[in-house]
Ligand binder design. Structure first.
Ligand code: BTN
Length: 250
């Protein structure tokens, strides 16, 4: 067995049997914590998903954790950390024999259904970042989805993969740290190349969802900052920085 090979990610772990949300806890302790500190819980009472959704987090069904980061970067670049986490996720899964793709910006997909989501939250003063919390949930064994979720979500177990929690975390922390360090040194190339190679949306017809409704576009590329380049029906190219897209079946 390999053990944890990182320099700082996950070298300090606070582990809970139960917690409201690892992200909320991480945000509370972040000002006094070192970079790389990880909060893990067996269950979350009020796990948070993106856009105010709930992230159902029952014991023995998934992995729920948050990483505290303190990068000295411009606030404009902070959302790239979500992309770093997504890239680290697909590449650690690949090393464990699981083929997965990324539905931009941050859903991890196995066999056409979601197995993992990322919620990045930050605190900044003026334009200086104080800390960033990257929260990740992975569906390992869930068997109890409600019908509506059932059609869109799955677990590694359901897709036929037996993944050891500890081994997964050791691999993920290492992949994440490698890509994160590269990003801090000003190089996004490895992350971008994984995002392109493992994209679930490139070259497909997708819908951009925003306040004005749904707009049909074609996903053409992921740029050097992790943004999605889409082609509108009138042929013009637009850069999508964040938000929600939908794609047939996903
Ligand atoms: C999504 O909506 O896809 C993002 C889900 C993020 C869930 C994780 S589980 C650990 C961390 N703590 C939370 O409350 N949410 C994130």
């Amino acid at each position: 067995k390999r053990g944890l090979e990182t320099e700082f990610i996950g070298q300090n772990i606070e582990y809970f049997k139960s917690i409201d949300s690892t992200n909320t806890f991480a945000k509370n302790i972040a000002p006094k914590s070192d970079e790389g500190m990880v909060i893990i819980s067996d269950e979350q009472i009020s796990g948070k998903g993106r856009v105010g959704r709930e992230w159902i987090s029952k014991e023995n069904e998934g992995i729920y954790f948050s990483i505290i980061l303190k990068p000295d970067i411009d606030i404009m670049n902070a959302s790239f950390l979500t992309q770093v986490a997504g890239a680290a996720m697909v590449s650690s899964l690949e090393k464990m024999g699981v083929e997965s793709t990324i539905k931009w910006p941050n859903d991890i997909i196995v066999n056409g259904k979601k197995i993992s989501g990322i919620l990045t939250e930050m605190s900044a003063e003026i334009d200086q970042i104080s800390y960033i919390v990257v929260g990740i949930g992975v569906n390992l064994y869930n068997q109890s989805f409600e019908e509506e979720i059932e059609s869109k979500a799955t677990s590694l177990k359901k897709e036929g993969y037996d993944i050891d929690k500890k081994e997964f975390l050791q691999r993920f922390f290492l992949e994440f740290e490698d890509l994160y360090k590269e990003f801090l040194s000003g190089d996004k190339e490895s992350t971008i190349s994984i995002l392109r190679k493992k994209s679930a949306v490139l070259d497909k017809e997708v819908y951009i969802i925003d306040r004005t409704g749904k707009t049909k576009v074609y996903a053409r590329d992921i740029d050097e900052n992790g943004n999605l380049l889409v082609e509108k029906e009138n042929g013009s190219i637009e850069t999508i920085f964040t938000g929600e897209i939908s794609i047939r079946g996903l």
